[in-house]
Design a protein around this ligand. Structure first.
Ligand code: BDP
Length: 678
């Protein structure tokens, strides 16, 4: 009887199991056509592992006309780009490199999946950046720093012998959006990464990724010669140290001939670096660059440096690096976070962009949502990425946008690159939140073409991931497009920043004042609320961080009247009764912003509930559950910040906005068990 009953249960559950939809397929949902086009409908003369993948994708998924894949030397100036020309009988994809042909194949598959016309194509694509790279902050023990999608994909203990099928799935997903490089390990790098046994494991991954056009890079610990090699120190000017790196480079390139190079976090947050020996960042970077040069490798040297000092943290990287401009080798590129503090919901752009005139610069974004609700909040990041890329630095006059500085348009750059910290882990859906897949997708698409709009990218992603149905597409797109501003509103509006809880970076802790710890990790250091007002004075009367911006921005930001209101409290300490452009006082505006954030999330909940008929039950339910958490968190942020700031403003919360549902004292007691170092 018992057995019989369980059979019935299994029988009833069967369709659910069959149609379970975890999101593991990402945006790669080309309808699998049995007998897609046959081999004879693919014309291609050359043979190569990358082309084999391109052909396999066509045979599995392409249901249109004959496709011809041509390698053409004359297209060299397109780099990894390609052209697509089509008639109703035939599509010709041409590229100088095989990776270009693979990208072209993904392009037509994308067109097919998004139901675009494929008959009269005349497309030329050239990537905005040479190196389009994901930075994994994965540790050798399988944990991920700031990872919210489970453990690391890399199974170091199983490698080099056992190979997870996900390695190739990962490479394919990246190739489909044009990502061509990956840093495998955390910037807080273990010296062990360079041990011979680990390099042999890395080789296996590099071999698997190569046919997908992907090169492997490693984060390295500056003290490796001392810790791993047993040398007396790791001074970059010490001949033995140089010899050690030279031999290490030779060992690496024997195993991985197309190894990309090193990413280095030095003299930052306790990491070792050249300054430990009285040397500069340039001394350190150049020494490594010299060792990689014979093999064509590069050094991505991070500008994320600051220390507890009297100087405003937002100014420190600029002060450190500008004097070194022109002193770096040409295979060094300075990797700069989008803002001068640390991946906040909104920051002013980093003033280092444009200030380094004789040094290659690249942007580092963060896809993993360390400060944006982690795996619980729906925040579409393309608008944040675009905001940075489109920022005009005025370094060479009007129109000196960060995209033009970094993509080589404004100044010839030998090498152009763009990076982002990955949000990928071993969760079945790869990224924790289903909508976080869109952020991986958006980074890849923008790295390929930074002119794409956030809307175009959202449009593609929704169609590929969910459905082409307009009833789903339009409301969901709208929700995605406003979601970043919504998160800014309920977390840190009007230029507020760094007021999250110190250990886990998830919830609010504006009262955080880590006496005895590092003052520059305390929220109170950043918002400076007092009886008069709130905000960080970075004008001439304050830290003068505005002086690091080119004219006219130094004046625009420095003047409270002309400073954009979304950065007001980033640059100014503003009186509570200051009159904003819409006539409200600063205090009222702050209250309304937090309230708007909460209200928008509630709208997202309603929007999403209406989407149920259009998609599968599992993904529907998952997003619904996460939006519920996001709505609760938004209220938590609003109550925590407004109740706390009210202790300084002593003003009433405007009656139109939602009343608080928490007591400040209770909120202060919340301790999440998500421990971390800062
Ligand atoms: C911060 C993270 C920390 C990273 C650091 C970095 O909290 O875990 O190590 O940035 O980028 O955002 O080096």
């Amino acid at each position: 009887m018992h057995n019989f009953r369980s059979y019935i249960v299994i029988f009833l559950l069967f369709p659910l199991i069959l149609f379970a939809e975890s999101g593991s397929k990402l945006w790669l949902r080309f309808p699998n056509v049995k007998n897609g086009i046959s081999a004879d409908k693919i014309i291609s003369k050359s043979k190569n592992p990358t082309l084999e993948i391109a052909k396999k994708e066509l045979m599995n998924y392409w249901r249109g006309q004959t496709v011809e894949l041509r390698t053409e030397k004359s297209l060299k100036n397109l780099k990894e780009g390609y052209t697509i020309k089509s008639s109703s009988e035939k599509i010709i994809i041409s590229a100088a490199k095989e990776s270009g042909l693979l990208y072209g194949v993904y392009h037509i598959l994308r067109l097919q999946q998004t139901k675009a016309d494929i008959n009269n194509l005349n497309i030329t694509e050239k990537p905005s950046y040479d190196v389009r790279i994901l930075n994994h902050w994965d540790n050798l023990d399988g944990t991920i720093e700031r990872g919210y999608a489970g453990h690391s994909l890399w199974k170091w203990e199983d490698l080099p012998n056992k190979i997870s099928p996900r390695y190739e799935e990962y490479a394919r997903a990246n190739a489909s959006i044009g990502i061509n490089s990956v840093v495998l390990n955390n910037v807080n790098a273990s010296p062990n990464m360079l041990r011979t046994d680990y390099l042999q494991k890395v080789k296996v991954l590099a071999d698997l990724f190569r046919p997908y056009g992907i090169k492997v890079y490693l984060s390295v610990n500056f003290s490796s010669p001392k810790v791993l090699g047993g040398l007396e120190n790791s001074d970059p000017l010490n001949k033995n140290v140089q010899q050690w790196w030279k031999e290490k480079a030779s060992e690496i390139y024997k195993l991985i001939p197309d190894f990309g190079g090193f990413l280095v976090k030095a003299n930052s947050e306790g990491q070792p670096g050249p300054q430990d020996y009285g040397r500069t960042h340039a001394d350190g970077a150049n020494m490594m660059a010299d060792m990689l040069k014979p093999y064509g490798g590069i050094v991505m040297w991070r500008a994320f440096v600051y220390s507890p000092s009297k100087e405003d943290r937002a100014k420190q990287a600029y002060l450190e690096f500008v004097p070194l401009d022109g002193k770096f080798r040409d295979n060094v590129i300075i990797q700069i976070k989008n803002g001068p503090v640390d991946f906040q919901p909104r920051e002013a752009f980093n003033p280092l962009f444009g200030a380094l005139k004789k040094t290659s610069e690249m942007v580092e974004f963060q896809i993993t949502q360390e400060y944006l609700g982690q795996n619980n909040h729906l925040v579409y990041l393309a608008p944040l990425f675009k905001e940075t890329l489109d920022s005009d630095t005025y370094s060479d006059g009007k129109g000196s946008t960060i995209s033009k500085i970094t993509d080589g348009t404004l100044r010839h750059a030998k090498l152009t690159a763009i990076s982002a910290v990955a949000n990928i882990g071993e969760d079945e859906n790869w990224t924790g939140h289903l909508f976080a897949q869109a952020n991986w997708y958006a980074f890849g698409r923008l790295a390929w073409n930074h002119e794409l709009t956030s809307e175009q990218i959202a449009d593609e992603w929704i169609k590929m991931t969910f459905t082409n149905d307009k009833n789903f597409l339009n409301p969901v797109k709208e929700m995605m497009l406003s979601s970043r501003e919504t998160a800014v509103d309920y977390m840190m509006p009007l230029g507020l920043h760094h007021i999250f809880a110190g250990t886990h970076h998830y919830g609010p802790e504006p009262w955080g004042d880590y006496k005895g710890g590092r003052p520059d990790w305390s929220p109170v250091y950043y918002h400076k609320a007092d009886a008069n007002g709130i905000g960080f004075d970075r004008t001439k009367t304050g830290s003068n961080a505005v002086s690091q911006y080119f004219p006219p921005l130094n004046e625009t930001y420095g003047n409270i009247k002309t400073c954009p209101e979304n950065l007001l409290l980033w640059f100014h300490h503003v009186p509570w009764d200051y009159q904003m452009k819409d006539g409200k006082t600063l205090w009222e505006e702050l209250c309304f912003k937090y309230d708007t954030g909460v209200k928008n999330v509630r709208e997202y909940q309603k929007t999403w509930d209406k989407m149920q008929p259009y998609i599968d039950e599992q993904r529907f339910a998952e997003v619904q559950a996460k939006l519920k958490i996001q709505a609760k968190d938004a209220v938590w942020w609003k109550d925590a910040c407004l109740l706390y700031f009210q202790t300084f403003s002593k003003l009433t919360i405007p009656y139109e906005i939602e009343r608080s549902v928490h007591e400040l004292e209770d909120l202060k007691k919340i301790k999440l068990n998500m421990g971390h170092h800062n």
